[in-house]
Write a protein that binds this ligand. Sequence first.
Ligand SMILES: O=C(O)COP(=O)(O)O
Ligand SMILES: [Mg+2]
Length: 221
Amino acid sequence: MIVIFDLDGTLIDSAPDIHKTANEVLADEGLGALDLPTVRSFIGHGVPHLVGRLLGHHGISDEARAARMIAGFGARYEAAVGLTTIYAGAAGALEALKAQGHVLGLCTNKPVAPARAVMRHFGILNHFTAIIGGDSAPTRKPDPEPLRMAVAACGGGPALFVGDSEVDAATATAAGVPLIVHTEGYRKTPAEDFPHVAVFSDFAALPGIIAARAEALEAVG
Ligand SMILES: O=C(O)COP(=O)(O)O
Ligand SMILES: [Mg+2]
């Protein structure tokens, strides 16, 4: 079946690099640094939202400044992988899923270029048939369109979405795609509150969860 993954907080812990880059663009504007938990809480809606929250934290609402910071973030972030880690077992789980015959796609609000760069860095890029980023469609998650695009680009048909956040939960619901929650990401509310078909904290469990869903679907179909 088709399995679409979110990126930040699901496959990789990119918050430390996003935090570093955020503080660099704040410094460019003469604004003070924010701590990691604060910046982490701003991740998941894409770069324009992140920049809006950084400025909002300083009590500023200024479109020209925001545009400059979005451009600055893009220029600095693409090369920022040094502090990012891939979740333990994630690469092995992707390999196992491919070996089981599943088609893998990515649906992130991160722009495509840095998404591809970090996936290449961790050696997982080639597992993915389709990569939809925050700049691939006119809308971003939680709008269902990017997720629908990812499923279609993987050939269409029954799909599962693996994500970590409230944004992913809303996207899955809107698109009608069952959600599997990675509990070690950036969510702010209990995973149990998300409409989900399964939760996991350890990637070793994921291939089994997906195999069970695929078998159940075959039994019904
Ligand atoms: O907010 C972002 O830039 C990306 O977050 P996502 O990979 O969890 O969609
Ligand atoms: Mg995420």
